[in-house]
Design a protein around this ligand. Structure first.
Ligand code: GDP
Length: 172
């Protein structure tokens, strides 16, 4: 089945986003499949019929080298040779300039031939002009025609656009 993964640094607003999305369409949480690690949360998007796969947050400041390696292994095992994985929605904190770790992740995902859907979270915070600048910056980095989706879990800004974009990559 088609899957879209959700990735982002710890504290980027990923759980708030999932909760917000769950208000609009039914997100049925699927218990982990046997053999799959429990740190991936699968949600079936109803009635569309694709899966959102919530990946563990990365780049937590105090995390040890061992934990980082574990995360990298998990991500690699999940993403490599995964025909169902149609895109990775990468959540980026709109209050921060592009961070090294986010650049690394987006480069890795694209290196596997998987499209990246950039989402700027907490978009209720920065000024409009700063948001536009950051959008342009990410657009240049990722060499994409379209600007990143501006999203706020607080106000609901960008929710419709985000659903449309996810559905588009999921093949709806
Ligand atoms: P996660 O670690 O990526 O799951 O992040 P959380 O969803 O737990 O959010 C981290 C912090 O950011 C919390 O204090 C949230 O209240 C805050 N936050 C999340 N989304 C938004 C948003 O859209 N706007 C604002 N202003 N704050 C947000």
């Amino acid at each position: 089945e088609p899957q879209i993964a959700l990735a982002g640094r710890s504290n980027v607003g990923k759980s708030s986003l999932v909760n917000r999305l769950a208000g609009r369409k039914a997100l049925a949480k699927i218990s982990s499949k046997p053999g799959k690690t429990r740190s991936l949360n699968y949600y079936r998007v109803q009635p569309d019929g694709y899966f959102l796969v919530d990946l563990p947050g990365y780049g937590y400041a105090k995390c040890s080298k061992q934990e980082r390696l574990k995360w990298a292994k998990l991500i690699e095992a999940y993403m490599k040779d995964n025909q169902g994985l149609k895109a990775v929605a990468v959540l980026l904190d709109s209050r921060l300039s592009p961070q090294k770790i986010d650049l690394e992740l987006t480069a890795y995902v694209r290196g596997l031939g998987i499209p990246v859907i950039p989402i700027l979270t907490k978009a209720d915070k920065p000024k409009q002009r700063e948001l536009a600048q950051l959008q342009k910056q990410w657009q240049d980095i990722l060499q994409q025609d379209r600007a990143p989706v501006l999203f706020s879990s607080k106000t609901g800004k960008g929710e419709e656009k985000l659903w449309n974009r996810l559905g588009e990559y999921a093949g709806l």
